[in-house]
Design a protein around this ligand. Structure first.
Ligand SMILES: [Zn+2]
Length: 283
C-alpha cells in the first residue's frame, strides 16, 4: 500500500499501555473457550459478542491517546482508518446524501471493556455497535501472517476495512434490521450472519476501489493480499483446519470463495448497490 500521503486518523484510542486487563488466566471458562473458537473467524458478529461477553456491559472509557510516533504498526492502522473516513465520508455524501459519522478504533492488549461486554484478543478484531468502536489487538496481525498465512499490509487493511464495513451497516440501520430478523427467525440466524459478513467484505472492497481512485493507494500485489486473507478466514477453510470436515449450515461468515467473490464485487464495481447481499439469490 502507498500511504505516504495519507493522513492519520484522530479516532484511534490507544489503550495498550493503560488499558485495564480483565479476564486473565484465572477466569477462563466456557465462554472464553467459545470466544476462542469464534476468534478464528475474526470480525465477531456483534450479537454473538453480546451473548458471550462475561459480566455486565461497562461504560468505562479510557482517555483517547494517539499512537506514539515510533510505532509503525499503530501509525499504519491510523492511516488506514483515516482512509476509511475520507472514503466513506465521500460515499455517504455523494451516493447516499448523508453524513458519515466515523467510528473510533481502539487498540488494546489482552482484554478491554466495551459496550458489548468484555472484548478479548481471542475474539479477533471486532466491531461493537453499542459504542460504535472497532477493537483490535495488533497481535492478530501476527496471527494473520503466521497462522493464517495471509501476510501483507493490504491483508491487514482489509481486516480494518471489514470492521469499518460493520460500522457502515450500523449507520445504515442494516444491523438493527438483521438483529430483528434473527430474533424472529432463529433458524435463519447463521444464514443472516453470513449475508452480514459478506456485505462487510463487499464494503471493504468498495472502500479499496474508491480510496485507490482518490489517492492511488494500491500497489501491485495488494489485491492478492486481501484475497489471500479472505480465503484464509473462510468458514470452510477454518472448519477443515479445526475439525477436518465442513458443515455449511454452521457457517456464520461465508466460505472462502464467497468472501473472495464479495470483496471482489465491491472492488470491481465501486458501487454500494452492488453490495446488497440480502437480495442476492445466490451468494
Ligand atoms: Zn465481520
Amino acid at each position: 500500500m502507498r500511504l505516504d500521503n495519507s493522513r492519520q486518523s484522530d479516532n484511534v484510542e490507544d489503550r495498550r499501555a493503560s488499558g485495564p486487563r480483565i479476564g486473565g488466566r484465572g477466569t477462563i471458562g466456557i465462554g472464553t473457550i467459545v470466544l476462542a473458537l469464534v476468534a478464528m473467524y475474526f470480525g465477531v458478529d456483534p450479537s454473538v459478542v453480546l451473548q458471550m461477553a462475561e459480566g455486565p456491559p461497562t461504560t468505562q472509557q479510557a482517555p483517547a491517546s494517539r499512537p506514539p510516533a515510533n510505532d509503525p504498526q499503530a501509525i499504519f492502522v491510523s492511516k488506514v482508518l483515516g482512509e476509511t473516513e475520507d472514503t466513506w465520508s465521500a460515499i455517504f455524501q455523494k451516493d447516499l446524501n448523508r453524513q458519515y459519522v466515523a467510528p473510533k478504533l481502539v487498540l488494546f492488549r489482552g482484554a478491554t471493556p466495551t459496550a458489548c461486554g468484555t472484548g478479548q484478543s481471542a475474539m479477533g478484531p471486532f466491531y461493537c455497535p453499542g459504542d460504535s468502536k472497532v477493537y483490535i489487538d495488533l497481535a492478530f496481525f501476527d496471527e494473520l501472517q503466521n497462522r493464517f498465512k495471509a501476510p501483507g499490509d493490504f491483508a491487514q487493511a482489509y481486516v480494518i476495512a471489514h470492521e469499518v464495513g460493520h460500522h457502515v451497516q450500523h449507520l445504515l440501520g442494516i444491523s438493527d434490521q438483521v438483529d430483528n430478523l434473527r430474533r424472529r427467525n432463529p433458524s435463519q440466524a447463521n444464514a443472516l450472519s453470513v449475508r452480514m459478513e459478506l456485505q462487510a467484505d463487499c464494503f471493504a472492497g468498495l472502500w479499496a476501489q474508491r480510496a485507490d481512485a482518490a489517492r492511488n493507494i494500491l500497489e501491485g500485489g495488494d489485491v492478492e493480499e486481501a484475497l489471500g486473507a479472505a480465503t484464509a478466514i473462510g468458514d470452510d477453510r477454518l472448519q477443515k483446519q479445526s475439525q477436518g470436515y465442513v458443515v455449511p449450515d454452521t457457517f456464520t461468515h461465508g466460505s472462502s470463495a464467497q468472501r473472495v467473490r464479495w470483496f471482489k464485487r465491491g472492488l470491481e464495481s465501486g458501487s454500494i448497490k452492488q453490495c446488497d447481499t440480502f437480495s442476492a439469490s445466490s451468494l
